[in-house]
Write a new protein. Structure first.
Length: 528
């Protein structure tokens, strides 16, 4: 037969009170930990309560008595007279402040020293005494040696761009180290869509040097989506139909982007677009963007457009840039029917972007604002027309709770000109603008449309959503028309792919809703 002694322990309960009713009312407002595993834990809590009382002006607080009954420990306080003013002496100068701001005042000094790179500095009060309801004390500051970031060690992704270290994180040989920068580094790294932060940055302090450790992992953020089919032309030959959308990110470890898009809808329209972004080119602060686009509308006209911009990042969220756009259009009909003419146009402009990246599984942005204004000339048949083009886009993803989201966006474009040509107008409609209409089937000199989606997460990798798009356009006859698209969709990520299925209906002011005009959009994107 085996006997064992079992000791059952029970938590101790802490109570604080005062024999003075006014003091007791104040003590009742203090939030503290009441349940403790041991008396040692209670004593630590009592020290914290005493410090809290001092921060509120009760510098003369003391313990009158302690009553212990079984597992209940009651501490009786005497708060003493409340001191509301503190006189702080530093550098032979006396400064009077409210005692409830004393801790904030000390914290501000510590924060300032840390910002200067003196992270190990200490700030204390000494020679404390109370005279005539005023706390007199001296400020004792011991400044530590100024620290600089001597070396950056990247673990997990050693090929991370040195240009991003220098211009994006702003780390160089003269960079001062402070705790705020550690938080800033982590925040900035999380805003990059081509890396993942494995864990927050860490610092190794040696006697005469400071090493910064960044823990990164290269993120696969390339995508491919395409569909090609073949058909026979009426007059013989082969007709290619379909589309191709290729996006490459950071394949050369410099944060660069490369996009290629091709779309062909029978003999109605053809589009080819290629663009690239080269961050901090030649290790400078400038990020150039370049794109070239070809667009052919059946046998009516063909447009070629070159867009360039030189961008400068003010911070991880804000970018400004200078732009130059050049566009040529050729009238294939060789007549003035349908208000189509050959023209050349060039525009100089400025653009602004502010973006907050969410960086979730669905590659969402929490907030995005882009504005571009261009000034230029269009030359057609020896006639020059001065023009102004303005485009803007703003979007926000509202997080209602962990499963419910609401997405809202607005896009607006306007051309100011004394005469409009059909082949220079904006082209909207389709999955990337107003759903329920054919791709780029709406020609307009002015548009503004809203996209609203309510999203319900089925899991961490899928959600269902509503579709509500509506807007207003102005045609070349200066007549406004309303557009409406609505429906529902489903998006999911499976292994290395994303599937997006939508069912939408569209209508205009002069048309009714017809089910036979509904559209089912299926998009399967391969991620690699």
């Amino acid at each position: 037969m085996v006997f064992s002694n079992v000791v059952l322990s029970q938590d101790l309960t802490l109570h604080i009170t005062s024999k003075n009713d006014t003091e007791n009312n104040f003590l009742k407002q203090i939030s503290f930990t009441k349940t403790h595993p041991s008396e040692k834990s209670i004593k630590k809590e009592i020290q914290l309560i005493s410090e809290h009382l001092k921060k509120n002006g009760y510098f003369l607080n003391s313990l009158d008595s302690i009553v212990k009954k079984q597992h209940n420990h009651t501490y009786y306080y005497s708060l003493g007279k409340r001191i509301n003013t503190a006189a702080i002496k530093f550098n032979n100068k006396l400064e009077f402040i409210s005692t409830d701001k004393l801790s904030t005042h000390i914290a501000t000094i510590i924060k300032k020293l840390d910002k200067e790179g003196k992270s190990f500095s200490t700030v204390k009060l000494k020679n404390i005494e109370i005279k005539n309801d005023t706390l007199f004390t001296e400020l004792n500051i011991k400044q530590s040696k100024k620290r600089k970031i001597d070396k950056v060690i990247i673990t997990g992704y050693e090929d991370f761009s040195k240009a991003f270290l220098k211009h994006y994180l702003k780390i160089n040989r003269t960079s001062t180290f402070n705790k705020e920068k550690l938080i800033s580094f982590s925040r900035k790294l999380k805003s990059l869509n081509f890396i993942n932060e494995i864990k927050p940055p860490e610092v190794l302090f040696l006697k005469d040097s400071t090493f910064l450790y960044l823990y990164l992992k290269k993120r696969k953020n390339n995508s491919f989506d395409g569909l090609v089919n073949f058909a026979s032309k009426e007059n013989g030959g082969v007709l290619f139909n379909g589309y191709l959308d290729l996006k490459l990110n950071n394949i050369f470890n410099s944060g660069e982007q490369f996009k290629l898009f091709w779309n062909n809808i029978a003999e109605e329209s053809q589009e080819f677009n290629i663009s690239t972004t080269l961050p901090y080119i030649f290790n400078s602060v400038i990020t150039p963007q370049l794109s070239f686009k070809l667009y052919k509308q059946d046998s009516a006209f063909i447009n070629s457009k070159l867009k360039t911009s030189l961008n400068y990042n003010l911070n991880e969220k804000t970018t400004i840039g200078l732009t130059y756009d050049s566009e040529n259009s050729e009238n294939l009909i060789k007549s003035n029917i349908n208000n189509i003419k050959s023209f050349n146009a060039s525009f100089w402009g400025i653009q602004f972007n502010y973006s907050i990246i969410k960086n979730d599984l669905f590659n969402n942005s929490k907030f995005n604002l882009t504005i571009k204004t261009s000034f230029g000339n269009r030359k057609s048949e020896n006639k020059n027309s001065k023009q102004i083009k303005i485009t803007s886009n703003i979007s926000y993803l509202f997080e209602i709770n962990q499963r419910n989201y609401f997405y809202a966006s607005n896009s607006t474009g306007h051309i100011n000109s004394d005469l409009f040509l059909d082949n220079e107008l904006f082209r909207i409609g389709g999955a990337n603008s107003i759903k329920g209409f054919n791709e780029q089937s709406i020609f307009t000199s002015f548009y503004t449309y809203f996209n609203f989606e309510y999203r319900f997460l089925l899991s961490n990798s899928s959600y269902i959503h509503t579709i509500t798009d509506f807007g207003k356009i102005k045609n070349t006859s200066l007549i406004f028309n309303n557009l409406l698209g609505f429906g529902a969709g489903y998006l999911t990520t499976l292994n290395n792919s994303t599937i997006n299925i939508s069912y939408v209906l569209g209508k205009t002011t002069n048309s009714s809703i017809k089910l036979n005009n509904s559209k089912i959009i299926v998009k399967w994107t391969l991620l690699f």
